[in-house]
Design a protein around this ligand. Structure first.
Ligand code: ZN
Length: 293
């Protein structure tokens, strides 16, 4: 009785298309050359209103802008959909549909391009435009047309998930990410900036370790020679006591891995003659003496 209903509600089965292959496509090196090209130039960045205020309106194609900057506009917009408000970058959460200019590039490209099927022995191949590098004697095209094509061909590549932009201020290099399926707490950095940062933090931690070691020396001296340090006459003018103090600290440096790392050659009388160290030792002695009542 309700046979007609089946016709309405049964999903229509469609065999997924399987062309024999593809022809044309994108040269990866060329893509990165365009994307990274002229990043220091006047059109390095393109100020874009926020996606919200922009709505469905996208940048007019009549504005004169370089292919590089136009392509970066699409790529940045898309890459930024994977960055949350607190700066955490998760490439797997990128969403092309939340990048209006990037979506417009796809629409305009497909509307203008004849995507061709070409017969071969086994069936048909899908013929895509080719972007393998700068062509000579080619017809001058609007930068936006070239950028749209580059961006769409890029979206057809399976390595698109690995595209990243270095978030280090002043760098902004585009490169292929080794580990795209993870969260980057402080944003993605290119290999060079990552090395620079770990070097900076190594320098910082060496300085920290030295600071800790220094304070430890003050405490050791204060604890061992408290009474002599807080009482006059001035211990600083007593060469015998100074030698005793230095010998003691050097023996402790030799006995401790941490101290030894910070002071591999031990300390000398010069170290003790620095006002900073002398004052800190006295300060520590007074502190220890007060603490112990
Ligand atoms: Zn970088």
């Amino acid at each position: 009785m309700f046979d007609w209903a089946a016709e309405i509600f049964d999903p229509i089965l469609i065999d997924p298309p399987r062309p024999v292959g593809f022809e044309g496509g994108l040269n990866r090196e060329h893509f990165f050359a365009v994307l990274n090209g002229d990043r220091d130039g006047q059109q390095a960045t393109f100020d874009l209103s926020s996606v919200k205020s922009l709505g469905d309106i996208v940048r007019s194609c009549s504005a004169v802008i370089s292919v590089n900057a136009q392509l970066r506009l699409y790529v940045d917009e898309w890459l930024n959909t994977g960055v949350s408000g607190d700066g955490v970058e998760v490439p797997a959460t990128r969403d092309l549909t939340r990048a209006p200019n990037a979506c417009a590039a796809v629409r305009v490209f497909t509307a203008r391009t004849q995507l061709l099927l070409w017969p071969v022995r086994e069936g048909v191949v899908f013929v895509l435009p080719t972007e393998s590098g700068p062509k000579q004697d080619s017809i001058a095209e609007l930068p936006i047309v070239v950028a749209n094509r580059l961006f769409c061909l890029f979206l057809l590549c399976d390595w698109r998930v690995r595209l990243a932009k270095c978030r280090w201020p002043g760098c902004g290099l585009y490169f292929e990410l080794k580990h795209w399926n993870r969260a980057y707490k402080r944003g993605i950095l290119c290999p060079e900036c990552r090395r620079g940062r770990s070097l900076a933090s190594a320098v910082r931690s060496t300085a920290d370790a030295r600071d800790v070691a220094e304070k430890k020396l003050y405490r050791l001296a204060a604890r061992r020679f408290r009474s002599r340090l807080v009482k006059g006459p001035s211990w600083q003018d007593d060469p015998t006591f100074r030698t005793k103090l230095i010998d003691f600290l050097n023996s402790r440096i030799k006995a401790s891995d941490n101290l030894n790392t910070a002071y591999p050659h031990g300390i000398t009388s010069k170290w003790l003659s620095w006002a900073k160290n002398r004052d800190a030792i006295e300060e520590a002695a007074k502190g220890t003496s007060n603490a112990k009542g």
